[in-house]
Design a protein around this ligand. Structure first.
Ligand code: TRP
Length: 449
């Protein structure tokens, strides 16, 4: 029997999973996705996806992990054997590992942007910066492959060295202080944006529902982002669940994490859009949005350099704890199946991911014009492929597996809910999520116009 480590208690599990969920998805990606997908239409759909697909699916992933007590691949394999169905279901786990590594390859590059912004902030380069200067500043960073490569490498080394030591090595305890600290600093930022920015326009841009802006692409993006933001569909949450003791309530933990994660993202969105509208910037600036707008606020507020340094450090920390969970399923699988040590496994996969990341770095400059499919460059292809196809597909398969193939008694035991709450989970897991995901896929593959 392998010795498996376990979380100390409910609280460390919750912090680790929140640490996985809260990351660049909330701070970097959500704000620009809102701007690129029609504002409030996207926000509304995103919230709906979190509640009707994300929360039930997060419960499903945790229950699968905890029942199996193994890495996602072997875990689903043994659950399939237990349920008397083909062990080939295990490939869900295999697909998840690959998805995690693909996401990490670009996640690390963006994590690198954040690291480089820590140094810029600390050196006071935002002082008094104008909107045009801020944009130019960011464009200068993107135009320099060497700088990007350097920070991408630093981020990758940071991530894999924690993974090499095992996930519950103490970093998660730091979450205890750092996630609340991130909230506090966001509130400061929000307060500042409210006083100097255009909060009214920002608020109506984000929350005044405009149903005419809902298009199939917006639905697709919102669903994909709900998966991305909650770390669902590839086994991050499942592998964390596999280290969880039996006596913890899955439902309560899930709801706390989902609410925290969603609120945080929306707060950042508000802070950013009130700056965007006050400075006549474009809401649809894309992936550079926060890096172009936030320095303007920091550059003009009292103690701005200090607050900016702290802010980007906290964001880097949040990104770090998420990145770790992207690699963990693969490393857990290697360690539990081969004689390769955790350290070697982390080094080798780290190198492979880093290498893919190099092509992502180049896609922001030298290889900008190389389009892979549908006019998307390397970064965009990896992002769309994972968020809108691989994660929802993984989620769909897990929901179907737990809802239609596992023994109901086992699912019941893990979730440990009252009958009504169980039925609610079952209804969302067995019908709402699969139907929503399949509908989006049918559209994506052109079957429904
Ligand atoms: N949820 C993280 C974020 O918002 C990123 C992340 C970590 C992730 N693990 C994941 C995304 C698994 C998809 C799947 O930044």
């Amino acid at each position: 029997m392998q010795h498996r480590s376990a979380w100390k208690n409910r609280w460390t599990f919750m912090l680790a999973t929140a640490g996985s969920a809260i990351g660049l998805g909330n701070i970097w990606k959500l704000p620009y996705m809102i701007g690129m997908n029609g504002g409030s239409a996207f926000v509304l759909l995103f919230i709906a996806c979190v509640f009707f697909v994300g929360i039930p699916l997060m419960m499903t992933e945790i229950l699968l992990g905890r029942r199996a007590q193994k890495n996602p691949l072997n875990g689903i394999e043994s659950l399939a054997i237990e349920a008397n169905i083909s062990p080939r279901w295990k490939y869900i786990g295999g697909m998840g590992m690959l998805t995690g590594l693909l996401i990490l390859s670009f996640y690390s590059v963006i994590g690198g942007w954040v690291l480089s912004f820590i140094t810029s902030a600390a050196m006071g380069s935002f002082t008094g910066i104008t909107a045009a200067e801020s944009t130019a500043n960011f464009e200068r960073l993107l135009a320099s492959p060497i700088t990007l490569l350097f920070w991408h490498s630093v981020f990758m080394v940071m991530t894999m060295s924690v993974v090499a030591h095992g996930v519950n090595s103490g970093l998660e305890r730091a979450n205890n202080i750092l996630i609340p600290a991130l909230f506090v600093i966001l509130l400061i930022l929000l307060g500042y944006s409210m006083s100097v920015g255009d909060m009214k326009t920002a608020f109506s841009f984000m929350f005044n529902p405009d149903f005419s802006k809902i298009t199939p692409i917006v639905v697709l993006s919102a669903l994909g982002h709900a998966f991305f933001s909650l770390s669902l569909g590839m086994g991050s949450v499942m592998v964390y669940g596999s280290y969880l003791q039996r006596n913890v309530s899955i439902a309560r933990t899930t709801i706390c994490i989902a609410l925290l994660d969603t609120m945080l993202g929306l707060l950042v969105g508000l802070a950013i859009y009130s700056l965007v509208f006050a400075n006549q910037l474009a809401p649809n600036a894309g992936p550079g949005l926060i890096f172009q707008t936030l320095p303007i606020a920091f550059g003009h507020m009292p103690s701005g350099n200090f607050i900016a340094t702290l802010f980007f450090m906290l964001v880097a920390f949040a990104a770090w704890t998420s990145a770790i969970s992207l690699a963990e399923p693969t490393i857990a699988w290697v360690v539990e199946n081969t004689k390769i040590s955790r350290k070697t496994a982390s080094t080798l996969s780290g190198l492979a991911i880093w290498l893919v990341g190099v092509s992502v770095v180049l896609s922001f400059n030298e290889w900008q014009d190389i389009k892979i499919v549908f006019g998307l460059n390397i970064f965009e292809t990896l992002d769309k492929l994972t968020s809108t196809i691989l994660l929802p597909l993984g989620g769909l398969l897990m929901a179907v597996f737990a809802g239609y193939f596992m023994h109901k008694k086992h699912v019941h035991e893990e979730l440990n809910l009252s009958n009504n709450a169980f039925r609610l989970w079952q209804f969302t897991n067995n019908y709402i999520s699969p139907i929503a995901i399949i509908a989006v896929f049918l559209y994506l593959f052109g079957l429904v116009k």
